[in-house]
Design a binder for this molecule. Structure first.
Ligand SMILES: *Cc1c(COP(=O)(O)O)cnc(C)c1O
Length: 436
C-alpha cells in the first residue's frame, strides 16, 4: 500500500480535524497529504507543489522555513528549550518583550506571554475583568464585540465570537457580550451612521457595566475578511475614553504587516489599552502568543498579593518561541518586509478588482496583503461555492481554503512576485472553472 493510502487511512481512523464535519470528511474527502514546505509552497507526498494562499492559517508571514528562523531555532534548542517563567528571567523573553514594546502602538509597555492567539485573548479578557475587580468596579463584567467577530476558540474567546456556527452550542455558558454592527465599507452612509450610533448608544446606556470593547482592527478575518474603515476604529477609541471602558485590539491576524502597517491600529493612530498578538509573531515556526498592556492596566495589579494576576500557561514565554520571534522582528527590519509588501498588495488589489467583474462574484475587497471576494449564493460559513473553487485551485497547484462562500488570498508577505502572479492567475482560472 502506498504511503499516501496508509497515512490517509490512519488519519481517518484517528485524527479529529479542526473545523471539520468528520462524517463527511471520512466519506468524501481526499485530503492533501503534505510532507514538506518551503517559501510560499507546500509539497505533498508525491512531490506536487501547492502555493500556500493563506500562509498556513495566517501564520507563515515570512514563508515556510525561512533559513534564519530555522537557524535560530536550532541554535536556541542547543542552549535551552524550555524553562518556567515564574520567578525566572531569560534573555529570549526579556529582549523580545523589549523589542515588542518598541514597535507596538505607543503606551503599551508590558508583555504577558502565552501560547497562541486564543490564550492571548483569554489573558486580555481576564486582565480586563480583574482590573475592574481590583479597582472596586466588579460590576463591569460585560464585553462589547463586533458582529461576526472571531477571537479564538477557548471558552472566553468564544463568548466574544460572533460567527454563529462556532458559538451556538456554547451560547448558554459563555461571557455576556453585546455584538454591535460593523459599518459597511461601500454601502449607504445611513447604514454607516447607524453602526456608529448603535455602539455609542450601548456605551452611553451600559458603559458602567462594560469591561472592554474588543475588536479585530480593520479586518475581521474569520468573518470572511470583512473590512471596515479607520473612522470606526477611531470612534471606538473615543467612546472608550469617554466612558472609561478598555479597548482591546486583537491583532492576532491583522498584526505583523498583514494590513500594510505593522499593526492595523497604526493606520487609525489608535492606541489600545491591551493588544493581543500571535500567528505572525513566531513566523509559523512555533505556537506563541503575547498580550501587551499599558501602565494603567499593569499598575492595577500592584499592591497586596491578592491583587496579582494569578494566570499563566506552562509554556509562557518559552525560549524557543521567543528566540524565533526576535528573529522574525530582525528579518522584518533587515528585509524591509512591510515596505516591500506594498507593491505586492497593489497587485492583489488590482487582481481582485478584475475578479470582482466576474458574473459569479457578488463583491470584492482588499487591504494590504489580503484580497477577498464573495461568491453569489448565501451559504455563509457553511456555503459550498468556495469549496468548488478550492478543488479547482488544488488541481492547478494552490491551496486556497475558503471561508464558506468567501474566496480569499492572504499569502506570505514576502511571496515572490512571480509566485504571487501565479497564485492570482490560479484564483482567476479556478473561479471561472467552478462557476461557469
Ligand atoms: C486565529 C485568531 C485567533 C486565535 O488564534 P489561535 O492561535 O488559533 O488560538 C484569535 N483572534 C484572531 C483575530 C484570529 O484570527
Amino acid at each position: 500500500m502506498s504511503n499516501r493510502r496508509q497515512l490517509v487511512e490512519m488519519d481517518k481512523r484517528r485524527v479529529w480535524h479542526p473545523y471539520t464535519p468528520m462524517e463527511q470528511y471520512i466519506a468524501e474527502t481526499e485530503p492533501l497529504v503534505i510532507e514538506r514546505a518551503e517559501g510560499s509552497r507546500i509539497f505533498d507526498v508525491d512531490g506536487k507543489a501547492y502555493l500556500d494562499a493563506n500562509a498556513s492559517w495566517w501564520v507563515a508571514l515570512l514563508g515556510h522555513r525561512h533559513p534564519r528562523l530555522v537557524q535560530v531555532l536550532r541554535e536556541q534548542s542547543e542552549r535551552m528549550c524550555h524553562v518556567a517563567l515564574a520567578g525566572i528571567a531569560h534573555e529570549p523573553a526579556a529582549r523580545l518583550a523589549e523589542e515588542l514594546c518598541a514597535i507596538a502602538p505607543q503606551g503599551l509597555e508590558h508583555v504577558f506571554f502565552s501560547d497562541n492567539g486564543s490564550t492571548a485573548v483569554e489573558a486580555a479578557i481576564k486582565l480586563a475583568l480583574q482590573l475592574w475587580h481590583n479597582e472596586g468596579h466588579g460590576e463591569r463584567q460585560r464585553f462589547v464585540a463586533l458582529q461576526g467577530a472571531f477571537h479564538g476558540d477557548t471558552i472566553g474567546a468564544t463568548g466574544l465570537g460572533g460567527v454563529e456556527v462556532f458559538r451556538r452550542p456554547f451560547a448558554g455558558v459563555v461571557l455576556e457580550c453585546a455584538h454591535v454592527p460593523v459599518p459597511p465599507l461601500e454601502v449607504a452612509e445611513q447604514a454607516y451612521g447607524r453602526a456608529f450610533e448603535a455602539v455609542e448608544q450601548l456605551l452611553r446606556q451600559d458603559g458602567d457595566a462594560i469591561a472592554a470593547v474588543v475588536v479585530e482592527p480593520l479586518i475581521q478575518g474569520a468573518a470572511g475578511m470583512r473590512i471596515y474603515g479607520v473612522d470606526y476604529l477611531k470612534h471606538l477609541r473615543a467612546l472608550c475614553d469617554r466612558y472609561d471602558v478598555l479597548l482591546i485590539a486583537d491583532e492576532v491576524f491583522t498584526g505583523y504587516g498583514r494590513t500594510g502597517t505593522m499593526w492595523a491600529c497604526d493606520q487609525a493612530g489608535v492606541k489600545p489599552d491591551i493588544l493581543c498578538t500571535a500567528k505572525g509573531l513566531s513566523g509559523g515556526v512555533l505556537p506563541m502568543g503575547a498580550t501587551l498592556a499599558t501602565d494603567r492596566v499593569f499598575e492595577a495589579f500592584y499592591g497586596a498579593p491578592d491583587r496579582a494576576f494569578y494566570y499563566g500557561h506552562t509554556y509562557c514565554g518559552h525560549p524557543l518561541g521567543a528566540a524565533v520571534a526576535r528573529e522574525v522582528l530582525a528579518i522584518y527590519r533587515d528585509e524591509q518586509i512591510i515596505e516591500r509588501a506594498a507593491p505586492k498588495a497593489r497587485r492583489i488589489a488590482a487582481a481582485f478588482e478584475q475578479l470582482g467583474r466576474h458574473p459569479g462574484v457578488k463583491s470584492w475587497r482588499s487591504l494590504g496583503m489580503v484580497g477577498a471576494l464573495d461568491l453569489a449564493g448565501d451559504g455563509g460559513y457553511l456555503g459550498k461555492g468556495g469549496w468548488r473553487v478550492f478543488e479547482e485551485a488544488r488541481r492547478r497547484g494552490a491551496y486556497l481554503r475558503p471561508l464558506g462562500d468567501v474566496v480569499y488570498v492572504a499569502p506570505p508577505l514576502n511571496i515572490a512576485d512571480a509566485d504571487l502572479d501565479e497564485l492570482l492567475a490560479i484564483v482567476d482560472e479556478s473561479l471561472r472553472a467552478a462557476i461557469s
